[in-house]
Design a protein around this ligand. Sequence first.
Ligand SMILES: [Ca+2]
Ligand SMILES: [Ca+2]
Ligand SMILES: [Ca+2]
Ligand SMILES: [Ca+2]
Length: 637
Amino acid sequence: MRAFYTVFFCLFAAAASQGRIIYVDGNAPAVNDGTSWQNAYRYVQDALANADYSEKPVEIRVAQGLYRPDESSAEPNGTGNRGATFQLINAVIVKGGYAGLAQPDPNARDVRVYETILSGDLDENDARLANPADIWREPTRADNCQHVVTGSGTDGTAILDGFTLSAGHTSSPGGGMYNQQGSPTIIDCRFTWNCAEWGGGMANQRSSPTVIGCSFEKNAGGGGAVNNGGDSAPKFLNCRFIDNVALWAGGGAMLNGYAGFGSTGNPTVVNCIFSGNWTDRYGGAMYNERSTPTITNCTFSSNAAERGGAIYNYRDSSSILTDCILWGDTAKLGGEIYLAAYDERYPSTISVSYSNVQGGYEKVGVETGCTVQWGHGNIETDPRFVDLNSRDYHLKSEGWRWDRNWSTWVWDDVTSLCIDAGNPGSPLGGEPLTVPADPSNKWGQNLRINMGAYGGSAEASIGPHNWALLADLSNNGTVDLIDFAIFSQDWQDEGPEEPSDLNRNMRVDCADFILAAYDWLATATWVVSPPLPARASDPFPPDGAVNVDTYARLRWTPGHNGLSHDVYFGTDGSSVANAKKPSPVHVSSTSYSVYDPFLLENTTYYWRIDEVSLDGTTKGVVWHFTTARGIGGGTRL
Ligand SMILES: [Ca+2]
Ligand SMILES: [Ca+2]
Ligand SMILES: [Ca+2]
Ligand SMILES: [Ca+2]
């Protein structure tokens, strides 16, 4: 799948860039024909109009600055028409982020440094807001254009690359971008402060755009950032969904399908981060209705809802989660996942495997008739994100971890259990096998794909040596009969991403079994042996006591974690010291910390208490005492 995106992207990017280039720069000195930076158009609409009747492919380069869809050379002050929109065109790539005439090299490109904004604020009067939940009723937005960009009627050769889309505002779907039967390619764009009834940032109706490397921040609507309906099957790869809010229905970041709106939305979501999205309804990050999203290598954290802090599946929905992390989301019901039924005929399901889900299987909210398919390899443990405050969801590692602030590989004092814990049969994708500072893998080793948004990417953390085991299919830290059972289930299966396909050649056979055999009965380094019980102490009669009554009973203070006590007792000190079960001096195994011996007068006895737990035995020290010379002659204990 990852390879597909790369090929797809390169193909069309290359094709489009071989055609003629049209230039746009709002700072161009005069109204021009767009043939060079010096002769650049001032308005994006002029370039689109030119491209529309030109021989394809065409590339449009847009310099930094702000562009509105109602402005053109014919209407330099804008028409104020709320229906104005930037309509994408097949075989036309529109690229923002150029330095333009403001810099010595106008072709210098950096989409963040030379931000190129497509804005729906036609009257330039939008009030600044702190909370995206306030956009909907904000009067200064009522005059904004409805869809900043429209991709309707396009295919993947219509490409938008490197823009900020902002201030779209509509009581219909798709404030930032609306696609009706259109499947454009959207790369490296930022959707922010857009608002719509459905899909504040983007709405897809019978549309399957490919959305790569985009961020959706602080958009609002039913489905705060994105709504997918009408059997749309868009692809979201390497995207970030941050602080979006669903004002109704739910899906702080994404709403797939909705009964009042139309059929289903079945997106493929890979390597995406969902953080800080919220709704006081259902699905902090994602709401699914009659929909089947496929979610792979994604991280959900700090999303919030009334039900389903991360994901809410309703009415005949079934999502498939693999290699994901759902941690730190909150809801009254179903902190991470909630499954709701419309009625008994339309239950919903979710399939989860090789994922780290807070609360685990038990905390999934499940209504009557709904089912959780809890697959192999799920774990529940602190994912050890680098920093929650700055939302750095890279995974800490004592091997190597990508530091996004310094753009270099560093290491931490702990290692995330999500590293090398993804599906063993999944290709590593873009994960590095080594880092430049460690070409021979002295400090790290990459065996399997990681869980979370950076799994399968060039920024995937590398664990220390022997951190995980290739054949630990159950992710419990050892390779044993549980893994063998999974292996048996997969035996002779063919196809991608079978967990037991350890050499990842699409077939589970003897070659994989040999790899599994290498790991047989091995233990991952992170498996810490449970503590043995503490030693028994505080003997009674006290160690070395004399003149002890022959009716005395032995007592001691049990060691912490001890479940039972092996009592060794006799008159030969070295026998008691060295005895192991079975032995004549092993006189009792008891859960009580008391033993009633038969004692003779004037005799020295030796005893030892071993504390026993399921994890092992802690041998005690040898104590001794001596009994009194005659009945009644000693101290009554
Ligand atoms: Ca406005
Ligand atoms: Ca890995
Ligand atoms: Ca295992
Ligand atoms: Ca194989």
